[in-house]
Write a protein that binds this ligand. Structure first.
Ligand code: CU
Length: 113
């Protein structure tokens, strides 16, 4: 009986160790994450993204007109005009809402988890 408990104990240890190593790899992966937002048909797609602090959000203008990406509340930052095909990379540290100052109906949100 004790022998079986021992075998089970080693099995549980192996599972736990694998889970810990896997968890660390997942954290490393998340630290380097990149999330894409497409500007198309007068919208940000997706409209909202959920990221981790330090992740890079890359906005790419796939529309047929120029857009920009501008922080909405206090105009803290802007991409400047993005012509068709141009991209803008933003490292997210906290929640932010943004819009296109050329077409203010275009709005989006980054939520940092
Ligand atoms: Cu626009």
């Amino acid at each position: 009986m004790n022998r079986w408990i021992g075998v089970f104990g080693w099995f549980a240890f192996a599972v736990a160790a694998g889970w810990l190593v896997g968890g660390c790899q997942q954290v490393r992966h998340q630290a380097a994450a990149r999330v894409d937002v497409s500007l198309r048909q007068m919208q940000f797609a997706p409209t909202e993204v959920r990221v981790h602090a330090g992740d890079t959000v890359v906005f790419t203008n796939n529309d047929i007109v120029t857009h920009d990406v501008t922080e909405e509340t206090a105009k803290l930052w802007t991409s400047g005009p993005l012509v068709v095909g141009e991209s803008f990379a933003f490292v997210a540290q906290k929640d932010v809402t943004y819009y296109c100052s050329i077409h203010p109906i275009m709005k989006g949100k980054i939520t940092v988890e």
